[in-house]
Design a protein around this ligand. Sequence first.
Ligand code: GP9
Ligand code: MN
Length: 623
Amino acid sequence: MHISKLRMPLFILATLLFGIKTYFVYRFMFDLSIENAMQEFILFVNPIASAYLIFAISVWLKPKKQMKYLRWTSLIGSLILFLNLIFYRNFTDFITIPVLFQGNNAADLTGSFLTLLHLEDVLIFLDVALIWYLSKQKFNLDVSLPKRGKIAATAVTFLLLAGNVVLAEMERPMLFVRAFDREYLVKNIGIYNYHIYDATMQTKTKAQRVLADGSEISEIESYLKEHSPDGQQKSSDLYGVAEDKNVIFVSVESFQNFLFDAEINGTEATPFLNDLKERKDTIWFKNFYHQTAQGKTSDSEFIVENSLYPLGRGSVYFTHAQNEYNSLPEVLNEDGYETSVFHANNKSFWNRDVMYDNIGYDQFYDEQSYQVTPENSFGWGLEDKAFFEQSIKYLQSQKQPFYSKFITLTHHFPFEMPQDKANIDQYDSGSKTLNHYFQTARYTDEALEQFFQQLKDAGLYEDSIIVLMGDHYGISEFHNKAMSQFLGKEVDGYEHVQLQRVPFMVHIPGYENGEIREEVVGQIDVKPTLLHLLGIDNKNDLTFGDNMFDENRKDFIAMRDGSFVSEDYVFTNGTCYDRESGEQRVEEKAEACQPIKERVDQELNYSDNIIYGDLFRFYNFKQ
Ligand code: GP9
Ligand code: MN
């Protein structure tokens, strides 16, 4: 029998191979949660629909061109899948267009990139190799359809797509409107259609600034004034406790609260901080949550400086660095503070140079201000100990009072360090990342201890307050299994949210009423809290956070994905838990969490509108 009698057009074969391959990658290489048979079915169908969408276009091409088209689209499609997988292993998230344009970051990520590669990733390209091979043979796997055939082949595309969208909407009503969670999108419409959706969103948000006018800001202003406690500035006896003092703000990289009091083989991971948090000259908020999203460290900086929420996609430092803000450094500058940032990394990482300039920092001591040698660096660059040591001379040159932000770097993913510099054993679990995590944490803890001493030696300690804050999580959901082993309990939605607690300590030399505070607070509250401690009146500010010491403060902390923590509840992924016990509130869940959930969505939406529309250009903060 002649081979051409058996032939299946290559575009059909490619659709099947590529579609089924993608399904297997979703299912076994990503860590997508599949809750029911319907979701499983959609997960299987959508890659085939997407593959058909791409490959069926080839019927419109001349037969010779068809093969070329199939070769290249299958390669590009697989690359997109592969790059998303690498990104996912680090961030448990999918690439968005704003993140793509953070090119400088990608270059700096090389170290992490290699550790994110797995051997089985080769499998992603198997079908490409086969399509490539077949397309070069003389099997005549192209098709030459009459016009009606071409139209029919294309019509099938629309049928498949429509079917997919209907199923997805049934599974997740309002999927496309809300879209806080990229995982839902990818599970339901596939990664390729998700990217098309993302591109559409990007265009839309670009248009938003052009279309915005001043009217919306008054609605937001009324909302914020209504929900902010009255007279928040003077509402506690800590008002002005740090007046005219220097502020040394340390953003501690990737530090999660589970490190506190943890031991590996009988050795404390963070002895200095363990002690500091309980001292009488320190106020420690033990239920302080990070609220960052894709912008990681830069998001934490953005939240602290502006008391706005970060965006759901990309880093505001990148996407909206030119907006009008009323940032913490600007407010402090006006009050006579000299403001600076110390961070021994490339100055354009997270677009910091541009953003810092816009929001008013007087100086930025970046990598070039430091002596970085092979002996004093590992991981992402200059070691924290050398970083602090070399910073002191610059700090001494600041005009007092100063506000200086330090951003540490050593305790950063993948947390690997030379073993001769490690003073604690590795943990023993299936996750190399978690195993290493304790060693770099210990290193940073030692660096902080030395820094306190250096500040004393330099005569800066007494006149300063030192604020320590964790920027974001270090151990992603990808390591849940190892985390469960470490915690001795399963990491469900509730535990996952609770793991987002990071340090927040205000250390006031000479203060004697230090305490451990239980309030649910977050990064959004830092700006009003610092201004309160410094005794700076800022009553016309528009902030989504409140002074942490105010009794009338609003009682929930919203996460960027719409999860929240309130005094009574923890809400995530549609489930309402009792905060105390961690138990799911099945029957009353709608009633219990719903009112807060509505406010969370409202606030995230308002904050987004401020950023997208650049609405602060219409508001007078000095009225
Ligand atoms: C880079 C450092 C780390 O300068 O702040 O950034 P991250 O990856 O944590 O966002
Ligand atoms: Mn960070």
